[in-house]
Design a protein around this ligand. Structure first.
Ligand code: NAD
Length: 405
């Protein structure tokens, strides 16, 4: 594998100036895309009470607007790219100001999943779905079942799982109508992904320290964590026992209490200004932006939050400021890696998940090297490496998918 990645690195030096990605879109927090112009044509199909409107969007395998008048379902299912395997991604249940906003979210998130899956070599493609509700209280069993039926109509071309607004219990209801689901709360499932996401972020922190200081020792290193939710909860344990000096913040004070004796607590707005070795975003996206970048006094950013960069150009600004950025979609892939083993013939195996999550360490060091060699941002290097893997078929799934539920 190392030899293969070395080959990739050499090849990437050669293709550094080649435009292999679309300029109009990126993996930052927002995607500048004119939705109406992007939809080249619509193709409408009806199945019982469902209307599947296929929106032909450049660069996407298939994007469907799905409605069902009887159940009030309005959903978008986006299959971004299945070059390396079936499109998989969570189902977000949320309110949006308008349809274009929901579509943008689904497109952006499914594209992010493609690169995350490619980098993690899980033999899966990028997908995502959103169920649009007027109010989150409108979520009900009939709606979830109806969405399950819609997923089933796609005959396994898209696999769903939990996401924001969609709990493992909700996924259980979706499962009543389709088997194309992962992450169910039962013994054959891969369980809570946060443990594995945290382990992957920990590997990312080790690699980042290695790059910064030539040693991956955590002892005495100042680590500032934003957000003490499911992922940070596990991550803090690893960091504490390895001797880190922890600085923590959360908008929810109850989350801070548990760690009050083991860490320095700062106000949420002060976390950016902390003089530290690594800033670890584990809360929300878009937190690396024009306003926060000027405040940063860290040597590196490496955390779990999705879409940390508000825009891709913020990766360049970090580079100019000599702040090392660990691309989020590489670092936070532990949860996806974990769930991917649920689809193996032999069934879920936590040991395999851990071993694969360990590889985030070498993967990240490789990205840092490619970025240095090509004088590009680490985010750009990671996108290029993911695209290269897709082009070369590295990590492509060779076996069938098995649903053990
Ligand atoms: P979570 O909802 O359990 O925790 C988020 C925490 O951040 C909460 O305690 C919340 O109070 C806090 N928070 C929210 N806004 C904040 C702010 N402005 N300042 C400080 N704290 C704030 O989420 P999680 O599952 O721990 O995930 C954390 C991040 O990692 C999210 O961005 C998520 O999308 C991403 N991620 C999670 C996983 C996973 O396995 N859970 C996998 C990949 C990516």
């Amino acid at each position: 594998m190392l030899i293969l990645l070395k080959k990739c690195a050499n090849l990437l030096t050669l293709i550094a100036n080649e435009t292999v990605y679309e300029n109009k879109s990126f993996l930052g927090g927002q995607m500048v895309i004119n939705i109406q112009k992007s939809i080249r044509q619509k193709n409408i199909k009806k199945y019982l009470n469902f209307v599947f409107e296929k929106l032909d969007i450049e660069g996407y395998d298939a994007v469907y607007k799905v409605t069902n008048e009887k159940t009030d379902l309005l959903a978008i299912i986006s299959q971004h790219d299945s070059t390396l395997g079936t499109s998989l991604g969570g189902t977000r249940i949320a309110t949006y100001n308008n349809f274009d906003e929901a579509l943008t979210d689904a497109l952006r998130l499914s594209k992010g999943m493609t690169y995350k899956a490619a980098m993690a070599e899980v033999g899966l493609g990028g997908g995502k779905s959103v169920i649009v509700v007027k109010d989150i209280k409108d979520k009900n069993e009939k709606l979830l079942r109806s969405f399950g039926e819609a997923v089933n109509i796609l005959e396994g071309n898209y696999i769903c799982s939990e996401d924001m607004g969609c709990s493992p219990q909700d996924v259980t209801i979706i499962r009543e109508k389709t088997k194309y689901v992962v992450g169910l709360p039962h013994e054959k499932s891969s369980g809570n992904p946060s443990k594995f996401t945290a382990w992957g972020v920990f590997q990312g922190i080790l690699a980042t320290l290695k790059k910064l200081y030539g040693s991956k020792s955590i002892k005495g290193k100042k680590i500032a964590i934003q957000g003490l939710g499911s992922v940070a909860h596990y991550l803090i344990e690893h960091l504490f026992w390895h001797g880190a000096e922890l600085i923590i913040s959360d908008i929810d004070e109850t989350k801070l209490k548990k760690f009050a004796n083991a860490a320095t607590i700062v106000a949420p707005e002060d976390i950016y200004k902390q003089e530290c070795d690594i800033f670890v975003p584990c809360a929300i996206g878009g937190i690396i932006n024009d306003e926060t970048i000027d405040q940063l006094k860290c040597k590196a950013v490496c955390g779990a939050a999705n879409n940390q960069l508000l825009e891709e150009r913020h990766a360049e600004v970090l580079k100019d400021k000599n702040i090392l950025y660990a691309p989020d979609f590489v670092v936070n892939a532990g949860g996806l890696i974990n769930v991917s083993f649920e689809l193996d013939k032999t069934g879920y195996c936590p040991k395999k998940s851990r071993e694969k999550t360990d590889k985030i360490y070498t993967s990240l060091l490789e990205i840092y090297k490619i970025a240095d060699q090509n004088d590009i941002s680490t985010n750009r290097a990671a996108i290029k490496l993911a695209q290269f893997k897709m082009k070369a078929g590295i990590g492509k799934r060779k076996s069938n998918l098995y649903f053990h539920h």
